[in-house]
Design a protein around this ligand. Structure first.
Ligand code: SF4
Ligand code: SF4
Length: 425
C-alpha cells in the first residue's frame, strides 16, 4: 500500500485537475461567432516575487532529489519527489516555467538584441545543468515534470532492439538543433509548440497534441520515458554534462561483486556491465579504429553544414512572415486569392508587398547563415557518437552510463549488497 501511494496520488491529481479546470470546458465549445481559440495559450505572467519562489522550489527540489538519489538511495523517496514536481511544476505551474523550454529563451537572447531573457528563465536553464555536472541527471530523477509524469506511468518495461534504440536516440539531437535554429531566427518556439504533456497540464492544447501526449503515456507503460529518451532536447545537454559528473549515483552502495543481478534491471538500458571476461582487443587495432572514426568528425561536420545550408530556404518556411510572403506571391502568380487570416490581416493593414518581400529575404538570409551551424553541430555529434562507440574501456564493475542514467533508483533494489548506513527503501 505504501509503495502504491504515489501512483494513487497521481490518479487523484489527474482527477482533481480535471475538476478544477472543468470551467475551461474540455472539449472546447464550438462558437457560433467567428471567434477561434488561439492556437497556444500561455499561463499569465507571474509577479517577480513568485518567479523567485519557483526558482527556490527548483533549487530545493534539486537538493532533496540529489540527497535521495546519492545519499539516502531511496527509490520511494524519488517517486515522492516526482509526485511533488508533477503537482507543482506540472499541474500548478502548468509546465511554465520549464527548463526544457528555456533552451529557446537562451538561444533567442543570444542571437536577438531586442530580447532580454528574464533572469529566472536563465537560471532555470543553467541550474539543472550545474547539478548534472556535479551529481548527474538528478533533475530528470524527480524534478522535471515531463520526466515525472512518465516515471509514474512506466509499469511494464520492454527493451527495444539495440539498432532501433540507437536510431531513435539520435532524434533529440535533431530536435535540439532545429529548436535552437528556429528560436535564434525568431521564428517559433518548437519545443513549447510540440510539448506533448503541457496540453495535459493546461487542457488547452489542440486535440492532436493532447492525443499525442496520451499516446506517449500509453507507449511509456512499455517503452518507459519515451519523450526523455527519444525526443527531449534538453536531455541532450543533461546527457553531455552528466558524463563529467564528479559524484554520480552508484548501483551498489559498496563494492560491486559482479553478481550480475542488476544487469537487466534498468528500463533505459543505462547500465554498463563489467567486461573483465571479454577478450581484450589488440591496442594497435583499437588505435587505428579510433583515428579512422576521429577523421570522420570534420567530414560529417562539413557534410552536415552543406546539407543544412541547402535546406535553409525550406526551413525558413516555419517563419510566419516567410509563409505569408509565399502566400501573397502565390496569389500574384496564380491569381488564386489568399484567404488565410494572416493574408487578410496583411491586406487590411496596408503594408506594401515590397516591404513584406524584403522582410522575407532578410529572414531567409538569417536562415542561410544559421542553418549550416545546426548541420555542423549534428555532424560533430554523429562523429563523436561513432568515436565513443569505438572506445572500449575496461570495467571491473557494473555501473550506470552517466549520460543515459536518469538517476531513477530502479536498480537499487536489485543489488544484494546492503550497508548499515544505507536506508534503501
Ligand atoms: S530527459 Fe528531458 S523531459 Fe525527461 S526528465 Fe530529463 S529534462 Fe525532463
Ligand atoms: S538509476 Fe540509472 S542505471 Fe539505475 S535503473 Fe535508473 S536509469 Fe537505470
Amino acid at each position: 500500500m505504501k509503495k502504491a501511494l504515489p501512483y494513487i496520488i497521481l490518479v487523484l491529481l489527474l482527477c482533481w485537475h480535471a475538476v478544477m479546470f472543468a470551467q475551461d470546458r474540455f472539449p472546447r465549445p464550438e462558437f457560433e461567432t467567428d471567434y477561434v481559440y488561439p492556437e497556444h495559450q500561455m499561463p499569465t505572467q507571474r509577479a517577480p516575487f513568485w518567479q523567485y519562489i519557483d526558482l527556490a522550489v527548483l533549487i530545493g527540489a534539486l537538493i532533496v532529489t540529489t540527497w535521495l538519489a546519492l545519499k539516502k538511495r531511496s527509490r520511494q523517496g524519488l517517486l515522492w519527489m516526482s509526485v511533488f514536481s508533477l503537482a507543482y511544476f506540472g499541474f500548478y505551474r502548468q509546465g511554465c516555467i520549464c527548463s526544457v523550454g528555456s533552451v529557446q529563451n537562451v538561444s533567442l537572447a543570444l542571437f536577438n538584441d531586442g530580447y532580454t531573457i528574464p533572469l529566472t528563465a536563465l537560471l532555470f536553464f543553467i541550474i539543472p545543468l550545474v547539478f548534472a555536472l556535479l551529481f548527474g541527471r538528478v533533475f530528470c530523477a524527480g524534478v522535471c515534470p515531463l520526466g515525472a509524469i512518465q516515471e509514474l506511468t512506466g509499469f511494464a518495461p520492454v527493451k527495444l532492439p539495440k539498432t532501433v534504440d540507437v536510431v531513435l536516440a539520435s532524434v533529440p539531437f535533431v530536435y535540439l538543433a532545429l529548436a535552437v535554429l528556429f528560436s535564434a531566427t525568431n521564428s517559433t518556439f518548437l519545443i513549447c509548440r510540440y510539448d506533448p504533456f503541457v496540453g495535459i497540464f493546461r487542457l488547452d492544447a489542440p486535440y492532436t497534441m493532447i492525443i499525442f501526449g496520451v499516446l506517449l503515456l500509453l507507449a511509456g507503460i512499455f517503452v518507459n520515458r519515451p519523450y526523455c529518451r527519444y525526443l527531449c532536447p534538453y536531455g541532450v545537454l543533461l546527457n553531455i554534462f552528466s558524463r563529467f559528473a564528479g559524484k554520480h549515483l552508484t548501483i551498489t552502495p559498496a563494492e560491486c561483486t559482479n553478481c550480475r543481478l542488476c544487469e537487466a534491471s534498468c528500463p533505459y538500458d543505462a547500465i554498463l556491465p563489467s567486461n573483465t571476461e571479454q577478450v581484450s582487443e589488440a591496442p594497435e587495432r583499437s588505435r587505428k579504429r579510433f583515428i579512422l572514426y576521429f577523421l570522420f568528425i570534420p567530414l560529417f561536420a562539413i557534410a552536415g553544414g552543406y546539407l543544412f545550408k541547402n535546406l535553409a530556404p525550406a526551413l525558413s518556411g516555419v517563419n510566419s512572415t516567410v509563409r505569408l510572403a509565399r502566400e501573397i506571391r502565390f496569389e500574384k502568380e496564380s491569381g488564386i486569392e489568399a484567404v488565410t487570416k494572416s493574408a487578410l490581416a496583411f491586406k487590411e493593414a496596408g503594408q506594401t508587398e515590397a516591404d513584406l518581400f524584403a522582410q522575407e529575404e532578410f529572414i531567409i538570409n538569417r536562415f542561410r547563415k544559421a542553418s549550416p551551424w545546426a548541420g555542423i553541430f549534428l555532424g560533430i555529434a554523429l562523429g563523436i557518437g561513432m568515436v565513443s562507440l569505438s572506445i572500449r574501456r575496461r570495467r571491473t564493475e557494473y555501473k550506470p552510463d552517466q549520460g543515459k542514467c536518469y538517476s531513477c533508483g530502479k536498480c537499487f533494489k536489485y543489488c544484494p549488497i546492503k550497508v548499515k548506513s544505507s536506508n534503501e527503501v
